[in-house]
Design a protein around this ligand. Structure first.
Ligand SMILES: [Zn+2]
Length: 439
């Protein structure tokens, strides 16, 4: 059990809103440590601002985080601990470091915690709560506290310096934070540290053959979370092959709550397993639907303009790169729209492009990220271009073909003053689409 030193207050953002789409978070793989970047702003003030701007956010800002911590309180504004965890937008999808370190995008598989500091806030007290809540999240999601907390700056060093700058206000360092989280974890659990268990994700159902303890970790030394009678159906989402060996059998199943039961105490009817290198969140899709990540990716790359402008090819454009309105009439010089209108043009076109992608790719062959990357591509260059592209040919021949990256990059030129030239922004977008495709 984890020592409850502080209370967590619930003050959720409206759902659905642009800051809280309501989509469920994937399995939690790490925790991102942020600070608000705004000395003196309290947890309550930050959450209030998020709530007030949840629907009509300032241009390009759909950001959010799960928890805000100051000297007085810990507020959960997107479910993470008190409620079933949902996605929040706290790290750019385009950054690659999170994929490199944890094999996942922060917005899909991580909790974001914001540290409030400075001004009238007592930094020491705020820090104590911050460290505790980071440690608690590690416990809750069975993460190794020594390797599972990462600073936002570490994932996105070009744009971010949090929480280093916030911590520096009270002469604390990032290194100290990481060390303190481990110490806090040990203090609150009585040194119930998390050894390295290798988990293979697989879905299935077991039936207990005896009265069975379900434990926090795959070892009999760990706390009993639940005891089930014989003949209880136990759905599982993963399997650990290096848990504590009982009768020479080290295999434990992970249940839907993230707890474990020993495989020797159950029977499992034969069933297909997911390949070990595929997570349940990025497995091939039977029916292709773009997710929030896809929408956000397109928003970030198109940018938002509420007044009509000419793109690099001279075409009048508005909102998130839209060139047509719903009725099919083109954007003209002098047009202006609201943020809500821009958003509805965006979602309509994303759906339209998704439909176009669905029509030309093989069903069941692509992962969510692969599909999302192709939708972004079609949004930018058009469905007709995708249809005739080398990219599509390669994707349909073999979705894992590494030369697909190069096929994305073929589309980095536009006509400027009648000449076909490379556009740096397009090269970048194609690279990030390829990154998304291969993540
Ligand atoms: Zn941050």
């Amino acid at each position: 059990m984890f020592k409850e030193r502080f209370t967590i207050t619930e003050n959720y953002l409206p759902k659905p809103s642009r800051r809280r789409g309501g989509a469920m978070l994937g399995p939690v793989k790490f925790i991102v440590a942020h600070d608000t970047g705004n000395a003196g702003s309290t947890a309550r003030a930050n959450v209030k601002w998020y709530i007030n701007t949840a629907h009509t956010v300032p241009p390009k800002d759909t950001s959010s985080a799960h928890l805000f911590v100051d000297d007085k309180e810990i507020i959960e504004c997107v479910p993470a601990i008190l409620g079933k965890p949902e996605k929040a937008w706290h790290v750019l999808y385009a950054v690659a470091k999170d994929n490199e370190l944890y094999g996942a995008n922060a917005n899909d598989n991580a909790i974001g915690v914001e540290y409030c500091f400075g001004g009238a806030i007592d930094d020491g007290k705020s820090y104590e709560k911050y460290v505790w809540v980071l440690a608690k999240l590690c416990y809750m999601y069975k993460l190794d506290p020594a390797t599972s907390v990462v600073g936002h700056f570490f994932l996105d060093p070009k744009r971010k310096s949090d929480p280093v700058t916030g911590l520096a206000r009270s002469r604390r360092t990032y290194e100290k934070l990481l060390k303190d989280v481990v110490e806090e974890y040990n203090a609150c659990t009585g040194k119930d540290t998390v050894p390295k268990y290798s988990l293979v994700q697989m879905q299935g159902e077991a039936v207990s053959t005896v009265k069975l303890n379900v434990r926090h970790l795959p070892t009999t030394k760990s706390a009993v979370e639940q005891t089930v009678a014989a003949n209880t159906r136990l759905p599982f989402t993963g399997k650990v092959t290096n848990g504590e060996a009982i009768n020479n059998n080290p295999v434990w199943y992970q249940d839907v709550n993230g707890n474990y039961f020993w495989s020797g105490g159950v029977e499992v009817p034969a069933q297909p397993a997911l390949p070990a290198n595929m997570t349940t969140t990025n497995a091939p899709l039977l029916s292709y639907v773009p997710d929030q990540k896809c929408l956000e990716f397109i928003q970030q790359h198109e940018g938002l303009k509420l007044e009509a402008y000419q793109d690099s090819a001279g075409i009048w454009t508005i909102g998130y790169g839209s060139i047509l309105y719903e009725a099919g009439d083109p954007v003209k010089k002098g047009d202006t729209i609201t943020i809500d209108k821009a958003f509805s043009l965006l979602t309509r076109e994303v759906e339209e492009k998704s439909e176009a992608v669905r029509k030309v790719v093989k069903p069941g062959a692509l992962t969510q990220n692969q599909f999302d990357a192709l939708v972004s591509f079609a949004y930018n260059v058009g469905a007709e271009a995708l249809k005739k592209s080398t990219l599509l040919k390669r994707v349909n021949a073999n979705p894992a073909d590494p030369s697909i990256r190069e096929a994305f990059l073929m589309w980095n030129k536009a006509h400027v003053d009648g000449k076909l030239v490379e556009i740096k922004g397009l090269t970048r977008r194609r690279e990030e689409e390829a990154d998304l495709y291969f993540s």
